[in-house]
Design a binder for this molecule. Structure first.
Ligand SMILES: [Zn+2]
Length: 183
């Protein structure tokens, strides 16, 4: 998938936020969503220090992004569009051309609404995915004991797992099941 570099980057961030900040399982283990560690997890995702208020806002954003991935996995495109429209409205995504750090002019979508700049960006990135009829590129890991999400950027849209480790674990389990069935 290559909508444009910006959308690719922010949709990737949407998946990263969902995976780091929403409860559930990753590779058979519960995801640590302990409140006390939230700020540190956000800082790890953003690669910079994060204040408690922003961390809480990122947590709320992640909770709202996750259903869009679940609906996409179910093929419920209308539902994805509905969820993304609500995000665009609530985070007041505002396109603005920007040029900095020696980059050419490019679009930013930081909004005036909400309390984290990532809300408007993630909402807009997901809107570009829907607009490109590419919601099939958003998915939820098919491995047992895992519900993390992913953005499929493979050439042939073949991705089904959140990570190499989930892919490998599933392959090994399938191999063992076949071996048992034939022995
Ligand atoms: Zn997984």
């Amino acid at each position: 998938m290559n909508f444009d570099s910006y959308a690719d980057r922010v949709v990737g961030m949407a998946a990263t936020l969902v995976n780091a900040l929403t409860p559930g399982e990753h590779g058979g283990r519960p995801v640590d969503t302990d409140e006390a560690g939230l700020t540190a997890r956000c800082a790890a995702v953003l690669g910079r220090p994060v204040q408690a208020a922003e961390a809480a806002a990122l947590g709320r954003l992640a909770e709202r992004l996750r259903p869009a991935f679940l609906a996409a996995e179910d093929g419920a495109t209308d539902r994805v569009a509905e969820l993304v429209n609500a995000l665009l409205a609530d985070y007041r995504s505002t396109p603005r051309l920007s040029r900095h750090d020696g980059e050419p002019w490019h679009l930013h979508f930081a909004g005036a609404g909400g309390d984290t700049e990532w809300g408007a960006s993630c909402a807009t990135g997901l809107a570009v995915v829907v607009d490109s009829q590419a919601t099939g590129r958003l998915g939820v890991c098919r491995a047992d004991g895992c519900d993390r999400v992913y953005v499929d950027v493979s050439r042939n849209a073949s991705r089904r797992f959140c990570s190499e480790s989930c892919l490998n674990r599933t392959k090994v389990a399938a191999f063992r099941a076949r071996a048992r069935a034939t022995s």
